[in-house]
Ligand binder design. Structure first.
Ligand SMILES: [Zn+2]
Length: 282
């Protein structure tokens, strides 16, 4: 068996899949067709190529967040979002995934409310689950560019959906452009969700921000994502590294942000640090 077949067939779990960041080109084409058939004006035609990022791409992290706007335009109706969810799950399963946690930030669009946004994703998950074996769950995201009121609204919806469908809605997370917003502002909101029984995961250490990273580690989330700029060699500090190693955070998802400038070999070196210390990494 060649290595690519082996990797594909190896059973895998996926714990950090941003729905709008996981749309393949074929899914985007399908969504364009769906929106055209639904009479929704599509302004993304000429831009979908920009969604694909590859090694050597010179775009910055800021540019990458701009690109997500294309995906957002394609998932602006409940029907499109449900299709996007279904097709994305199908692709993960085809890649050998047996358990997945999708994550997404509910948005109000001209065609749906935040509540309808969550319902549409759950609908896609349920439809998929009727015909497939991969287990699928949802983590609801609060974007760092939200104001307090919007973050509260999302937390309340997350709690509401969790109480109705705890088998599908498993957590809340903080994500988005790490150069925007402050973690402390979201602490009361995240804590409210945590007290209702939801797990909390945080994007942490995507950029060098020792003060905030330490606040996040001390908050003891159930999981952190990315965790790049924590070791002193990679933009962190001794204090941060020691705090992380001492923390009781049971899992650390070490992932690469969609920044082509982050050289893959660098990620392997950082991962090696975690593995040498037998730090719990997924
Ligand atoms: Zn992420």
């Amino acid at each position: 068996m060649d290595i690519s077949t082996f990797c594909r067939e190896l059973p895998k779990i996926e714990l950090h899949a941003h729905l709008n960041g996981s749309l393949s080109m074929s899914t985007m084409m399908e969504l364009q067709r769906y929106l055209a058939d639904s009479g929704v004006r599509d302004e993304t035609n000429v831009f979908t190529d920009e969604f694909v990022l590859s090694a050597g791409d010179t775009r910055t992290m800021e540019d990458c967040f701009q690109v997500f706007g294309i995906a957002h335009a394609l998932t602006c109706t409940p029907g499109a979002l449900e299709i996007a969810t279904y097709l994305t799950l199908q692709e993960f399963e085809a890649d050998g995934c047996c358990y997945i946690e999708l994550r997404s930030t509910p948005r109000d669009t001209p065609h749906m409310t935040k509540q309808q946004y969550i319902t549409a994703i759950l609908q896609g998950i349920k439809k998929f689950s009727l015909q497939h074996t991969m287990e699928s769950r949802l983590i609801i995201s609060v974007n760092r560019n939200s104001n307090k009121e919007e973050a509260e609204e999302i937390a309340d919806l997350t709690i509401e959906f969790y109480q109705k469908q705890p088998e599908l809605v498993v957590g809340i997370e903080l994500s988005g452009n790490p150069t925007i917003g402050e973690f402390q502002m979201f602490v009361p909101t995240l804590t409210k969700a945590r007290q209702a029984g939801l797990k909390v995961t945080l994007h942490c250490g995507e950029i060098c921000n020792p003060k905030e990273i330490l606040e996040m580690i001390n908050y003891k989330p159930d999981r952190i994502g990315h965790a790049i700029c924590i070791h002193p060699k990679y933009g962190g500090t001794d204090e941060l590294w020691a705090a992380l190693c001492k923390s009781s955070i049971p899992k650390c998802v070490l992932l690469v942000m969609l920044t082509p400038k982050v050289f893959p070999a660098m990620i392997l070196i950082i991962l090696n640090y975690y593995m040498m210390l037998t730090y719990p990494s997924l």
